[in-house]
Design a protein. Structure first.
Length: 390
């Protein structure tokens, strides 16, 4: 019931999802943050039961069920129980972050974005008619001095990816308290994207709002089952709000907040209530895959530097030290980015580092949520390509 299995490549291609259809069939895709694992049986069973009873109309009870399941999950797994009455469904995490910026922060105030950053966050500012202010990311989170300077200059919110994507680190309670205190000092907000929280591989997730009363007052949390249980296409995330934000949210027009899928709520509720044992096994598979990647990468690509993630199934790899990778490409005289070189020479698709903003040049993001066999095959291809270019 809780075993984690992986379909073969033809079956993965038959899924028809972006990860397996964006590139030709001779390419192994280890890019977009989508898992190859067969879906958690508890989630499949719940969705099938909903389909069988034709649960396709407007939801009612499902909203309360999802809120309670989310609160229970946060309490059981992270030691902090948010008020279920202040948990609201939203179509996806990026939508939730965008709505939080637009309606729960000071009007017209700039948004602080630590870089490198998850690519869609670069669109949040323009979508909410706000300026983006980039700040550097240190080993344990955004540079506090840079964040404070941005707030001092009028920024009204900080987008926090907790755990971080693409760098894979988790936040300590001390760091979260420090950031919350800085935000409170300037009347600013923290918007915490906690979509990768279920996939913590080393340690325990710390919810940003949980670390102090100040943190709870300044933080808006947005989370989802999308990464832990691979439900992104079902369009259901959760907003966890404090009392004042909840009051403001309830006053927003329905057309602004709508878009949540009925089946998505069913899937998310099942994941939180019944998908824990399966998730634990999935994370064990990810740890094994990460060990393989860490062991084999120096062999197949000498000079590559892996930043071992504590959370997520996304590895941030620096290829600048690998001989031949990123050499002169199309005659322009400019170095070819490692992602393009690996796609052309190894037939392995990864995410390009520059897409994540400053600090991404020469890097790639590799998705290791795949079968051990596919991961090994991709590493074999990278090794053959690198060796052939020496």
């Amino acid at each position: 019931m809780h075993e984690v299995t992986f379909p073969d490549i033809p079956t993965l291609r038959d899924r028809g999802t972006l990860k397996w259809t964006a590139y030709p069939d001779d390419v192994l895709p280890l890019w977009v943050a989508e898992s190859d694992a067969a879906t958690c049986p508890a989630v499949i069973d719940a969705v099938r039961a909903a389909v069988d009873r034709e649960y396709f109309g407007y939801p009612r009870r499902s909203v309360a069920d999802l809120a309670e399941a989310t609160a229970d999950w946060y309490a059981d797994r992270y030691g902090w129980r948010p008020d279920a009455d202040r948990i609201h469904p939203v179509a996806d995490v990026v939508r939730g972050v965008t709505l939080a910026v637009r309606y729960l922060t000071r009007p017209d105030s700039p948004v602080v974005l630590p870089v490198p950053a998850y690519m869609p966050f670069f669109e949040v500012g323009p979508a909410a008619d706000r300026e983006l202010v980039h700040v550097p990311t240190l080993s344990d989170g955004p540079d506090p001095a840079a964040v404070e300077e941005a707030f001092r200059n009028g920024a009204g919110s900080l987008i926090l990816c907790n755990p971080n994507n693409p760098l894979g680190f988790t936040f300590t309670a001390d760091k979260l308290r420090e950031l919350a205190d800085i935000a409170a000092k300037y009347g600013a907000r923290i918007i915490s994207d906690e979509i990768h929280a279920p996939v913590v591989l080393d340690g325990r997730h710390v919810p940003a709002a949980s670390v102090s009363g100040t943190a709870e007052r300044v933080t808006v949390t947005v989370t989802a089952t999308s990464k832990g249980w691979n439900t992104a296409g079902l369009k259901c995330a959760q907003m966890i709000l404090n009392e004042s934000d909840d009051a403001a949210w309830r006053k927003l027009a329905h057309v602004i907040k709508e878009g949540v899928s009925t089946l998505g709520m069913v899937a998310a509720t099942a994941a939180y209530r019944d998908g824990g044992p399966w998730l634990d096994n999935f994370n064990d598979v990810l740890r094994t895959n990460l060990d393989t990647l860490e062991r084999r990468l120096p062999e197949v690509a000498p000079g590559a530097v892996l930043r071992r993630p504590k959370a997520s199934y996304l590895a941030w790899i620096d290829f600048r030290g690998v001989d031949g990778v990123g050499g002169v490409g199309d005659g322009s005289g400019e170095p070819m980015e490692p992602q393009k070189w690996l796609l052309e020479n190894a037939k392995v698709a990864l995410n390009p580092g520059p897409a994540f903003g400053e600090g991404g040049a020469g890097h790639v993001r590799l998705n290791f949520a795949t079968s051990p066999e596919i991961l090994d095959a991709a590493l074999d291809r990278i090794g053959a390509a690198v060796a052939g270019d020496r």
